[in-house]
Design a protein around this ligand. Sequence first.
Ligand SMILES: C[S@@+](CC[C@H](N)C(=O)[O-])C[C@H]1O[C@@H](n2cnc3c(N)ncnc32)[C@H](O)[C@@H]1O
Length: 350
Amino acid sequence: MPRPRKPDVCPPTGSAELAMLDVYMPMMKSSAIISAGRLGLFEALASGPLSLAALAEKIDSSLRGTTTLVDFLVAIGYLEKRGEAVANTASTQRWFTSAGQVDYTPGLLWTHEAWVMMGSLAETVRKGEPETTLWEAMVEKPHLGPLFSAYMGAFAADLGPDLLKHVPVLPSYRRLLDLGGSHGLHSIRFCQAYPQLSAVIVDMPSALTETGPEIERAQLADRIRLSPGTLQEHDWGTDNDLVFYLSVAHNHSADENRLAIRQIGESMTPGGLLVIHEYLAETSLDPLNAAFRLTLLLETGTQTHRHADYCDWLKAAGFTAIQRIDLEPREKGSLILARQRKTKMPPGNR
Ligand SMILES: C[S@@+](CC[C@H](N)C(=O)[O-])C[C@H]1O[C@@H](n2cnc3c(N)ncnc32)[C@H](O)[C@@H]1O
């Protein structure tokens, strides 16, 4: 069942007296928050309020510039005045500092890069696909890969507890295959929670530059292995008990996903579990879903897919017990869990 619309992520606008406010204010809001992230302004306030002069010194910026930026961030509810000092609001402290629940500062740094890419949206719309995909851009500009992975890592830190809660790992499971595993945080979390597991992370080299050190820091180098390369060129063996296909399907076409899910099924042990995390295309797209599809058109030339599509691909590959779990808040997307049959199907029956 499609979920009812939720308008609060991006309310339909056009009601402003001056139509250009609908364009100007989101631009200024994004630009100010991104700049605060780039300057380390929120982090500078993480341990407590500061005077404007002390804040300006800490972020190595002019007093005039800092004051003007702070005034706007106060006006839009990201900072608050405490007498002569300025402080993070509770929400800013929670989401944009290392002292909070999840630090989405890597998302601000990534959005600084995405901002430039968005400049070619009209050309992409005209052509129906990007001139250069994100993956090609990452080869040309090597700093993009680690920035993108760090941003995905922030999402993964947020999603991790939901995955642990909803993914049943049987005591017999030994091998985890993490396709498009990037930062490695999901494999690390599951290997920490389940000592019998060892993992292989498959991703493009641009996504894995920081993953080895992260695995070392978690002292899991003996249990988590990196396998750099594309999904298309990989042989994943036949003994995977648990497979993660997390936020990877929207980077692929329907045909590529149908094939990947069939190959995943062939790589799994009977009774194994495939976990898909996705943002599902509903019949009626809410603003966030529609915005994400526009981003995908521009960045990778791909799109989100419908729940019914996943069910078709999974059934064709012989998966059973397909289960959909819509996460809360809904911005976290949905999980689809599916079991590999108890006995392998002969290829002719697929
Ligand atoms: C949106 S990120 C998700 C990362 C991670 N699975 C997570 O859930 O946080 C998609 C990942 O898939 C990887 N990816 C996309 N297309 C791929 C391909 N054809 N082969 C290998 N990796 C791919 C990207 O490099 C990126 O790391």
